[in-house]
Design a protein around this ligand. Structure first.
Ligand SMILES: *Cc1c(COP(=O)(O)O)cnc(C)c1O
Length: 449
């Protein structure tokens, strides 16, 4: 199997985030096509022609850089990978077909049967299921930390077979801010990498690698693509995890590999060992390849990321405060309400727009609220330009026991919203319909009681 060269990270002095999201890391369209296009083309080709047998052999051995087959590398994918790596401050990024594919690829690149990982108890349900069911079936043990804000609980869960720590920077759906610097210190002293799912923050709000994380994963289906059209995911390697420090824990990275002519990933790739192994030995074999067409849509989304995140966050702050003032709203989980000074990492650009809140009246109250909304879309998705709403207890968290749901803060009256970029007055007007519907329900209940 050919070894793909790692994309070159930028070492120039950095322009601002918004400039970089448009110009950063990307080759010009012309460099990719030779036709003078300004925007990089969509290379929808399964394979790439060889000039002759020598070139084919050299491409396969990695002696000559260049493309072979899209599962191993594709110019459109490379282009968006370079751009996201730059925005996250990572050494390289790998684009995958979905966020789940990104998490799977990152984790399967670090551990195997008999190993263990520690995960925040406050994570996306898809991640929880992957770790608790699918990885368990492959012989990987997982401990979920009940109160993810308590570093002592993390410390207590780390054991001799632990191979990574996993958290979300801003959690789904409760908007809990992870103590990334504290977790990074724990990970470093345990000799394992910290992997951060940065989907809900995006690099515009939080840059986990700068705070000490070693790897970042994303669902690009959410804010990065931003328009609810394409699925995708990323694994970003910061090049900071030293897999050679404890070679017995990561034998696959430290032993001779046939792909590297009998040398090891740490010998050949040094600080890029984890990223190079993911790119050349994990992703091409498990096959979570993104479509070049989706790569194009995600790149299009990245070009406006900062503008959208500012508006998303600003709208969400205002709506969280507005909801907190309604008497029928019994709780709002948005970290802006706690006061930014109290947060474990500073969020000067906002706290994202995905959060949950609880209305009075339990499941009936939540249903009445939901059904009264006209502008919010009732849909399973996040990070869309459109505002979205869902009832987690009967959907994403329906498989958990009522006790588990209560512990996770997902009571029957909880709704999860992803605030879009619409005019905030229109969103408030819509939410007023929901509030009025709950008031009517409570009034009817009071009469019949
Ligand atoms: C949606 C989501 C995922 C999974 O991403 P997909 O692209 O849907 O596979 C992972 N983590 C978080 C925090 C998410 O919101």
């Amino acid at each position: 199997m050919p070894v793909r060269p790692a994309p070159v990270p930028s070492t120039e002095h950095e322009p601002g985030f918004t400039t970089r999201q448009i110009h950063g890391g990307a080759a010009s369209g012309d460099a990719l096509s030779g036709h003078g296009d300004r925007v990089g083309p969509i290379h929808l080709s399964a394979g790439f022609v060889f000039d002759d047998a020598d070139q084919a052999a050299d491409r396969f051995s990695g002696d000559e850089p260049g493309y072979v087959y899209t599962r191993v590398g594709n110019p459109t994918l490379d282009d968006v990978e370079r751009r996201l790596a730059q925005l996250e401050g990572g050494r390289q990024a790998l684009l995958t077909a979905s966020g789940q594919a990104a998490t799977t690829t990152a984790v399967l690149g670090l551990l195997g049967a008999g190993d263990h990982l520690v995960c925040s108890g406050d994570v996306y349900e898809g991640t929880r299921g992957l770790f608790a069911q699918n990885l368990a079936r492959l012989g990987v043990a997982v401990d979920f930390v009940a109160d993810a804000t308590d570093l002592r609980q993390w410390q207590a869960a780390i054991g001799p077979r632990t191979r990574l720590l996993f958290t979300e920077s801003l959690s789904n759906p409760r908007n809990v801010v992870a103590d990334i610097p504290g977790l990074a210190r724990l990970a470093r002293s345990a000799g394992v990498p910290l992997v951060v799912d940065n989907t809900l923050a995006t690099p515009y709000l939080v840059r986990p690698l700068e705070l000490g994380a070693d790897l970042v994963v994303h669902s690009a289906s959410k804010f990065l693509s931003g328009h609810g059209t394409a699925l995708g995911g990323f694994v970003v390697d910061g090049g900071t995890f030293d897999a050679a420090a404890n070679p017995e824990r990561y034998p696959h990275l430290n032993q001779a590999d046939p792909l590297l002519a009998g040398r090891s990933w740490t010998q050949v790739h040094g600080v890029d060992a984890v990223g190079a192994h993911l790119r050349s030995a994990v992703a091409p074999r498990f096959g979570p390849t993104a479509s070049p067409f989706n790569a194009f849509l995600i790149r299009q989304g990245l070009e406006t990321l900062s503008l959208r995140m500012e508006r998303h966050s600003w709208n969400a702050d205002r709506i969280a405060a507005w909801l907190a003032d309604r008497t029928v709203v019994t709780r709002v989980d948005h970290c802006s309400l706690a006061g930014r000074g109290a947060l474990p990492v500073p969020l000067p650009r906002g706290a994202g727009s995905v959060f949950s809140f609880e209305v009075a009246g339990g499941a009936a109250g939540a249903r009445a609220f939901l059904h009264a909304l006209e502008l919010f879309t009732h849909m399973s998705h996040l990070g869309d330009v459109r505002s979205l709403v869902m009832h987690p207890a009967s959907t994403s968290h329906a498989l958990r026991t009522p006790q588990e749901r209560a512990a996770a803060g997902i009571t029957d009256g909880v709704l999860r919203v992803s605030i879009g970029i619409e005019d905030v007055e229109d969103l408030e007007r819509d939410l007023r319909r929901g509030v009025a519907a709950v008031e009517r329900l409570l009034a009817r209940q009071a009469v019949s009681a």
